[in-house]
Design a protein around this ligand. Structure first.
Ligand code: IMP
Length: 416
């Protein structure tokens, strides 16, 4: 028997999970996605070739690993077909849960229409139809991957769904799909994806029984979790480690080591509260040096200081055994580095994350900066003040920092 290790985002996504998952995926027999959809994204370079991944787990770059897209994912057929075209011979290497819900082109149209109608209150979604696809699932009117195997019936059911919700679609200005075109599209999806659809729950159970090494690759981050994040400015899935259980069909007892990925500072893309956002030159420097542009939408990321209150909360929610501190080099050259140690809300100092994160004033502690950490591959090589920063993060978040990334290079990673 084995346990499944989890990689989970601890802030608002984009923490640099890609680098760690890519590094670790080399050691795993099975790599699984359990939530989210093609709103996620990272780019991986291998031997000078660029791969853009949105739905396909990073294990695809390890020829020996099996990749699972779990039932908790919302699957956009066009996106995965395009991603698959980057690779040869995927049969037997990638499996899509028959229970994964479909994220179809109309979901994205609904998403964009709703954002438009919200005006100033828009969430700032990726426009990929994630919310509407999960809403259909919870509303019990969604369609699952196994329905792709019978395009005629699926096409009929989708048209019925449009007929039942005519008023809503008219208000959103979303057109009813053309019957012949819809059937043709679904037949194409079946032809491309049909052979990859499987009972992945059984496959993961078998891998556990056979003692295989399993990695669960989270998407987005804890502060975007549908229950525990900055609602309503969140994504529509359970991004915490517990979501990996329902999103794959495994029990909490099957979970092994949980590694939380955090940046040495904080970023957020999209709207919503962000207590430590920095609007000064410091925030701009983080954005420039850290190349903080979203991989899926190309939007600039908002930047700010490390929020130890939010990270302590996220670490507890996920049961993190360790943190992996990413992009420490982006803070190189700062004279002083701020770290948020508490919040002030309505004149009261609190040390926890309240359900409403609007109107929080961060309380900072200053820590001396350092010249450069680039290329450090051992903890002892780090400048003294960088070590102090990491130790302070450990104290405040009550979590060990077990991995530190000191440059984008795979090898510039300290494992403690
Ligand atoms: P949605 O997931 O497209 O519905 O977007 C909801 C919120 O989550 C928006 O603020 C997005 O910017 C954010 N979001 C979704 N996916 C990601 C991601 O992969 N990285 C960072 N933010 C994301």
């Amino acid at each position: 028997m084995s346990k499944a290790d989890v990689i989970v985002g601890i802030q608002w996504g984009d923490e640099g999970k890609g680098k760690i998952v890519d590094k670790l995926a080399q050691e795993y027999d099975m790599v699984c996605r359990s939530q989210g959809g093609h709103n996620a994204g990272h780019t991986i370079w291998v031997d000078g070739k660029r791969y853009a991944l949105h739905l396909i787990p990073s294990g695809i770059l390890n020829p020996k690993a099996i990749n699972i897209i779990g039932n908790g994912v919302v699957l956009n057929p066009d996106s995965i077909i395009k991603e698959m075209e980057q690779f040869d011979n995927l049969e037997g290497r990638i499996f899509i849960s028959d229970k994964a819900h479909l994220n179809l082109p109309y979901h994205s149209l609904i998403d964009m229409a709703r954002e438009r109608l919200k005006g100033d209150a828009a969430i700032g979604t990726t426009g990929k139809g994630i919310g509407p696809a999960y809403a259909d699932k919870i509303n019990r009117v969604g369609h699952r991957a196994d329905e792709l195997l019978d395009p005629k019936t699926l096409s009929k059911n989708i048209l019925n769904y449009f007929a039942q919700n005519k008023v809503i679609f008219e208000a959103l200005e979303v057109e009813v799909p053309n019957e012949a075109e819809l059937l043709e599209q679904l037949e194409y999806y079946n032809q491309k994806l049909g052979k990859f659809i499987a009972n992945t729950t059984n496959m993961v159970w078998e891998a556990i029984e056979d003692g295989k090494k399993i990695l669960l690759e989270g998407a987005q981050g804890t502060m975007l979790d549908i229950d525990h994040g900055t609602y309503p400015y969140v994504t529509s899935s359970a991004t915490v480690s517990a979501g990996a259980c329902t999103g794959l069909g495994i029990s909490p007892k099957d979970i092994g080591v949980v590694t939380g990925i955090v940046k040495a500072y904080t970023t957020r893309v999209g709207n919503g509260p962000f207590p430590t956002e920095d609007f000064t030159e410091a925030g701009e420097t983080m954005a420039d040096v850290g190349k903080e542009v979203g991989t899926t939408t190309g939007r600039g990321r908002r930047c700010g200081w490390f929020d130890a209150v939010a990270v302590r909360y996220a670490s507890r929610l996920n049961g993190c055994d360790q943190l992996s501190l990413m992009k420490l080099d982006v803070l190189d050259g700062f004279e002083t580095i701020k770290i948020c140690v508490a919040y002030e809300v309505d004149g009261k100092v609190i040390d926890y994350v309240p359900s409403n994160m609007e109107n929080i004033k961060p309380i900072y502690e200053d820590i001396a900066g350092w010249d450069s950490v680039v290329g450090c591959r051992e903890f002892d090589q780090l400048p003294q003040t960088a070590k102090q920063y990491i130790q302070r993060i450990e104290e405040l978040t009550k979590t060990k920092v077990g991995i530190i990334s000191t440059s984008p290079e795979r090898e510039d990673t300290i494992i403690r």
